[in-house]
Each structure stands twice: as structure tokens, then as C-alpha cells.
Design a protein around this ligand. Sequence first.
Ligand code: NAP
Length: 308
Amino acid sequence: MSLFVQQSEFADPIPFEFVERAEPHAGPGEVRVRVSAAGLNPVDWKIAISPAMAEMFGVSLPNAGFGNDFSGVVDEVGEGVEGFAVGDRVFGGLRGFAVAEHIVLPVSDGGENPVHTPDGLDDVRAAALEVAGHTADAVVAATALGKGDTVLIGGAAGGVGVLAVQLALAAGATVIATASESNHEFLRELGAVPTTYGNGLVDRVRALAPQGVDAAIDLQGTETVEAAIELGVSPARIAAIAAHELPDGVIATGGRNATAGSLERIAQGLADGSFVLPIAATFPVAQLADAVALQRGGHVRGKVVVTL
Ligand SMILES: NC(=O)c1ccc[n+]([C@@H]2O[C@H](COP(=O)([O-])OP(=O)(O)OC[C@H]3O[C@@H](n4cnc5c(N)ncnc54)[C@H](OP(=O)(O)O)[C@@H]3O)[C@@H](O)[C@H]2O)c1
């Protein structure tokens, strides 16, 4: 038998049910993973409490699970699968099913899911990469950052933000990063110039970047988008991932637009120490509700991860 966190309805508080189910098995073209860790994202709880969000992301009753990001070890390989063997360490995403002892997923053609976990990267960090890594890569690609650019990144200390800041710096950009003051020293250590979000943002950025701002990335609504427009940034170099409506020309993007090989590159950067990914907290799966509550509070630095 195998532990599976199930939902019989999409509701708030989230009605998690911890059930023992028969072990699933890998069919042709699939691998089974013994999950060791599952990273949380805001979209997980948004899906869990909203039938409309669940439908939008293809998560359906009666057998809905919870979570997306996972890491673990391949323990069954289906017919026809190449490139994966029992015992391989992997990480990736499986929408609506990651918080389970065993998951089965198709091996994608492009080799993007699952991805082999490089030596030197622990399962907790690997479990936090699929959504945040893809999305951080997508926003940096959308804004075409390069040497000489100054970019304003709003919401820079969260799961997507910490990776986006580092990818932007690696691309050669100067990064002005918004966060609460408690995160400023951390962002400074990464190499960014921190400032607070909220009233007066435009003036603070003008003072920090008298040379001007070339691009902007908004990871939390539209405050950064609006500030960037006021600062004269071209909408074609402003990207956002969490806004309902955007001014004309601003790029709405997300993990789906990540460039090929992005997860592998980020994982390798974490393994060799050129990138860091803070883990705000880990929780045993029995405390999933506490883990989700912390994530949902909206002020974690980096990621929250559940272990199985
Ligand atoms: N479109 C996509 O594909 C996609 C993919 C991933 C995420 N998203 C969405 O993007 C958003 C961010 O995702 P995430 O995983 O990075 O979330 P997260 O890890 O929960 O973000 C937490 C961070 O948000 C910051 N924050 C809170 N309120 C803020 C505000 N008013 N202005 C600026 N920053 C603020 C906090 O900073 P302080 O603690 O410093 O205050 C904290 O570090 C979520 O809404 C998520 O659903 C979209």
C-alpha cells in the first residue's frame, strides 16, 4: 500500500485526506517515482480551494491529489522508456498528484520531465524547482536580459523571485529587487540592490538607478508593472506572472514558456554552488496543512517543502 493525499472536494479549509491506496504501476512510456519530497507553490492551494482553478489546471474529482513539484527515486520503469533506470534520482512536476509516496508519470519526449537530479543537489531543493525554476527562466527570457541592463524585479524573495534574481544577475544585469526589509540583507548577498515595495516605489528606484531602468519583472500583481511604465520602461520589456489584467504590450508569461533545458541548468547551478535556493521550512507530510498555511501566508523566503 502507498500513502496518497487525496481531496474529495475543492474547499477551504482544504479537506486533506491521508489514504492508503494500492501501489500504482508504471505503464508503457512511464516511470514510477518513490517520492521523497514535494515542494509547495501558491497554485497548489489555489487549485485546492477553487473548483474553477482546478478545472483550469485540469485537476478533477473524485481522485484529485495535491501538489505538483516532487523529487525522489525511480523505482519502476515501464516498457519502452529510455534514459531512466531503477535507482535514478529525479525531480519534476505532476499537476495535482505530487504529495504521494508513489507517483507515475509519462517520460516527456524533450527530456524535461522528470529530470535527473545532479550529484550535489539534495532532494529537498530538487523538489522545489519545477514550477519556480521554469517560471524564473521564462521571465528572464521574456525580458531578454543581458549585460548592461538594469532590471526591476518585484516580489524578489519568494520561490520564483530568488531564482529570477540569480538568473538575471547571471545574464549580466544589474538587479533592483523589491522585498520586505527582513529580506534585504539576503538579496544584497545575492548581488541585488534591495528596496521595499509599496508607496513611493518609483522614487526609490529612481534614486537607486539614476541611469534608468531597462526592463521589469512583476512576480506579485501589477505594482512593479505600473512603476516600470512610469519609469519609462518599454512594455515589450516588462513581464508579469500573477496579474489578471495588464497594460497593452506588457508580456504575460509563466512556467509554460521556459526555455529548453532550463531546469537542468538551474539544478546544475544549485549543485555546483553557483546558485542558492533558501528553504524557509520543511514539514513531514503529516503536517501538510501547516506547510500550506505557511506558504499561503505569502512571505516565505524561497520555498516550503514537505517530506515523505
Ligand atoms: N504564471 C505562472 O506560470 C506562475 C508560476 C509561478 C507562480 N505564479 C504566481 O506568481 C506569484 C509568486 O509566486 P511564488 O511562488 O514566487 O510565490 P511565493 O514564494 O509565495 O512568494 C512569496 C514572496 O512574495 C513576496 N510578496 C508578498 N507580498 C508582496 C507584495 N505586495 N509585493 C511584492 N512582493 C510581495 C514576499 O516578499 P516579502 O516576504 O519580502 O514581503 C515573499 O517573499 C504567485 O501569485 C503565484 O501563484 C505564477
